[in-house]
Design a protein around this ligand. Structure first.
Ligand SMILES: Cc1cc2nc3c(=O)[nH]c(=O)nc-3n(C[C@H](O)[C@H](O)[C@H](O)COP(=O)(O)OP(=O)(O)OC[C@H]3O[C@@H](n4cnc5c(N)ncnc54)[C@H](O)[C@@H]3O)c2cc1C
Length: 402
C-alpha cells in the first residue's frame, strides 16, 4: 500500500439543526478530536463541528507533522506523552492509515549552554516518561550520517538529545480519520459554515450565529486556531494570545533515506523526510504578529542557509513548495485549555507551532472536561486562569527551534 491508494470515504452530510448539545467552532485537529472523543468515549453525539472553510484548512493541514513529547517541564512531558500513546493506537482504533511512523528526533547542541540544555531535557524527559537520551557527536554520526559535525565550520556539533519516540503522521489523514470517526457516530460536521457571532443570554453563551442562521448550544467550544482572539472577544474574553504566521517548505525528493528528524536550536530550523522523499523544513514564527497566509522569499533564503550549514546535501535539492499558517501563540509557549470564566464557553488554544502532536490528547482531555464537568488532572495546569494567578507554564521545549 502506498500513499496514493485511497479508500472511498462514505460520509453523510446534514443541514445544520437549530440546536445541539455541543457546538465546536473550528474543524481542525483539536475541534474534530474533541468531537471524536466525546462520541467514542462518552457517547455524546448531539454535536456540531462548524468549520468556516473545509476540514483541515487551518494549521492542522499546514504543519510539518512532527509528533514528540520531549518537552521541558514535567506537566508538558506527561501531557504530550499521553498524545504519543494515543497516536500509536489511532490507526488501529479508527481503521484508517495515517502514515504514522516512529523516526526518532535528534535535537542538536552547538554550544556548551546548548549541551547543558539537551542534557537537562533528557533528564526531565526520562523522569516523566518520555524516552530521550543524550548522545555524543560520534553517536550522532551513526544515527544520521548526513549531519556535518563541523556545522559548516561555524556551528560545531557538540552533542544532542535523541528522542526515540519522535514520529510523524500525515496531517490531512489524521483530521479526516477523526472527522469520519465522529460522523459515523452521529456527529454533524458542517463545512463552509463560518461562525460570525455568539448568542449570549445574560452572562452565558447559549449558541452561535452563522452564515447559515443561528444555532443554539448547551456548550460552545472554541477550537479556531489562530483566529481565537476574535472569537473569544465575542464572549467578552480577552486572551493573552498573539497570532503569528509560521512558514515551511519542501524540496524535491532526496533519493537516500533520511530516517530520523533533526532540529537545531541555534540554527533555528528542523527537518524530516516525507513518505514521498521530499525534505520538509520548518523554522520559527515570523516575528511580526499577523493573520497573513503570504509566504516570503526572505524566510526561504535564511532558513535554507541555516539548514545547509548542518546538512550540506540539501544544496543539491530544489525547493518545490512553500506555505504558511497562522499560529495562536501563548506567552509561556504552553497550551490553554478549558473553562473561560464565561458560562457555556470553553476553549482549546495556545497550540502555536506545536499543536499537531497534541491533537489526540487535547481532544481526549477536552472531551472528558465537557462530559464530566471536571477538569482532568492532565490539563489542569494549562487553564486560562494561570495567567491571572501567576502560575505560567514557561516551556522552552515547546517549539522545535528555541
Ligand atoms: C507551518 C507550520 C508547521 C507546524 N509544524 C508543527 C509540527 O511539526 N508539529 C506540531 O505538533 N505542530 C505543528 N504546527 C502547529 C499545528 O499545526 C497547530 O498547533 C495545530 O494544527 C492546531 O490545530 P487546531 O485544531 O487548534 O487549529 P486549526 O487546525 O488551525 O483549525 C482551526 C479551524 O478553525 C476554523 N475557523 C477559524 N475561525 C472560524 C470561525 N469563525 N468559524 C468557523 N471556523 C473557523 C479554521 O478555518 C480552521 O480550519 C505547525 C503549524 C504550522 C503553521
Amino acid at each position: 500500500m502506498n500513499e496514493f491508494v485511497e479508500r472511498k470515504v462514505e460520509l453523510q452530510w446534514h443541514e445544520p439543526k437549530r440546536s445541539y448539545d455541543v457546538v465546536i467552532v473550528g474543524g481542525g485537529g483539536h475541534g474534530l478530536a474533541t468531537a471524536y472523543y466525546l462520541a467514542t468515549r462518552h457517547g455524546i453525539t448531539n454535536i456540531a463541528v462548524l468549520e468556516s472553510r473545509y476540514i483541515g484548512a487551518g494549521n492542522s493541514g499546514r504543519n510539518t507533522t512532527i509528533i514528540r513529547s520531549n518537552y521541558g517541564i514535567p506537566e508538558a512531558v506527561r501531557f504530550y506523552q499521553r498524545s504519543i500513546e494515543l497516536y500509536q493506537h489511532l490507526e488501529a482504533e479508527t481503521d484508517r492509515w495515517m502514515m504514522h511512523q516512529r523516526k526518532g528526533l535528534l535535537w542538536i547542541a552547538h554550544t556548551e549552554a546548548g549541551v547543558r540544555a539537551e542534557r537537562a531535557r533528557a533528564e526531565v524527559n526520562t523522569a516523566f516518561g518520555a524516552r530521550t537520551e543524550f548522545v555524543t557527536p560520534s553517536q550522532i554520526r551513526e544515527i544520521c550520517p548526513q549531519v556535518d559535525l563541523t556545522g559548516g565550520g561555524i556551528w560545531p556539533v557538540l552533542g544532542a538529545s535523541y528522542h526515540l519516540d519522535g514520529a510523524t503522521a500525515r496531517h490531512d489523514r489524521v483530521v479526516w480519520a477523526l472527522a469520519e470517526g465522529a460522523m459515523r457516530r452521529g456527529v454533524h460536521v458542517h463545512q463552509r459554515t463560518p461562525v460570525t457571532g455568539l448568542l449570549i443570554d445574560g452572562d452565558r453563551v447559549i449558541g452561535v450565529e452563522t452564515e447559515r442562521g443561528p444555532i443554539a448550544a448547551g456548550l460552545v467550544v472554541s477550537a479556531v486556531g489562530g483566529h481565537v482572539t476574535a472569537l473569544a472577544a465575542m464572549a467578552g474574553v480577552r486572551l493573552p494570545i498573539r497570532t503569528h504566521p509560521l512558514q515551511a517548505f519542501v524540496t524535491n525528493h532526496y533519493a537516500l533515506a533520511f530516517d530520523q528528524m533533526v532540529a537545531s536550536s541555534n540554527l533555528l530550523f528542523y527537518v524530516s523526510q516525507t513518505a514521498r522523499g521530499e525534505m520538509l523544513i520548518g523554522a520559527e514564527i515570523d516575528r511580526q504578529p499577523g493573520y497573513s497566509y503570504q509566504s516570503g522569499y526572505h524566510f526561504l533564503q535564511s532558513c535554507s542557509f541555516r539548514a545547509l550549514t548542518l546538512l550540506p546535501f540539501l544544496r543539491d535539492l530544489r525547493i518545490l513548495r512553500q506555505w504558511t499558517g497562522v499560529c495562536d501563540m501563548s506567552p509561556d509557549y504552553s497550551p490553554v485549555m478549558g473553562e473561560t470564566g464565561v458560562p457555556g464557553f470553553y476553549l482549546t488554544t495556545g497550540w502555536g507551532t506545536w499543536g499537531f502532536k497534541a491533537i489526540p490528547a487535547g481532544g481526549e482531555q477536552m472531551a472528558e472536561l465537557i462530559a464530566t464537568g471536571r477538569t482532568p488532572q492532565l490539563i489542569a495546569p494549562f487553564s486560562l486562569n494561570r495567567f491571572a494567578q501567576d502560575r505560567t507554564m514557561a516551556d522552552r521545549g515547546s517549539a522545535g527551534t528555541h
